[in-house]
Design a protein around this ligand. Structure first.
Ligand SMILES: [Zn+2]
Length: 215
């Protein structure tokens, strides 16, 4: 079983490594309206190529570009769990971590934590997260139109990679500093690894489908 799973993961990585690479200076025209993104990170490799370190998508229709913008550029960790995770690792043993973990989205929490957050430090950490993303991360995107199709496929991609014995973090990977074991295992994702892994045939179908959709 695990051997077969690794075969699907290897095929997935071989295909993902052929897709056009984008970095933080992508242009909006390169992003499909609806789809899934896969993230690569400098220094992380698997299956003789770049290792997929995160899988992500969006819920609302036509929101892929907006979601990517929130992850990559918008200095608001409470709108992007990905930014929050990276910040947690950059802070690791820093006592400011406690403040970084507050969720300041709701009005109630804004009032509750008013005066308890060092805003200057928060801005500084947001800038470090943006810098880390810009310097270390690249991503690829592919179109998936339907919302349920996107969410199911995201889960299956995560399950495929999470269950693969060949996809391991390097000894210097930033994610190893995270408090959550599931991240330390190699993916910047905490939820959704319990889906149905893809078969080799599933990955082949995915590669054909997205190739056929290209202009
Ligand atoms: Zn793998």
């Amino acid at each position: 079983m695990s051997g077969a799973m690794s075969e699907a993961c290897e095929l997935l990585h071989r295909w993902a490594n052929t897709l056009p690479r984008l970095n933080a200076s992508y242009s909006a025209g390169e992003i499909p309206s609806n789809g899934i993104y896969l993230v690569f990170e400098k220094g992380e490799s698997a299956h003789a190529g770049s290792r997929i370190v995160r899988v992500g998508t969006h819920r609302g229709n036509n929101r892929l570009a907006k979601r990517l913008h929130e992850h990559l550029f918008k200095p608001n960790k409470d709108r992007s769990i990905f930014r929050k995770h990276i910040g947690r690792c950059l802070l690791a043993d820093d006592p400011f971590l406690e403040q970084w973990n507050f969720d300041l989205t709701s009005r109630a929490n804004k009032l509750k934590y008013a005066g308890h957050v060092d805003i200057g430090r928060q801005k500084e950490v947001e800038a470090r997260v943006t810098q880390y993303i810009g310097e270390r991360l690249e991503f690829v995107v592919f179109p998936v139109e339907g919302k349920h199709e996107r969410l199911d496929l995201e889960k299956s991609l995560l399950a495929t990679i999470h269950g693969c014995v060949d996809c391991c973090p390097s000894p210097t990977w930033l994610g190893l500093r995270h408090q959550t074991k599931i991240i330390r295992e190699g993916l910047w994702n905490v939820q959704g690894v319990g889906g149905q892994p893809l078969s080799v045939l599933d990955v082949q179908a995915l590669a054909c489908l997205t190739a056929a959709r290209e202009p």
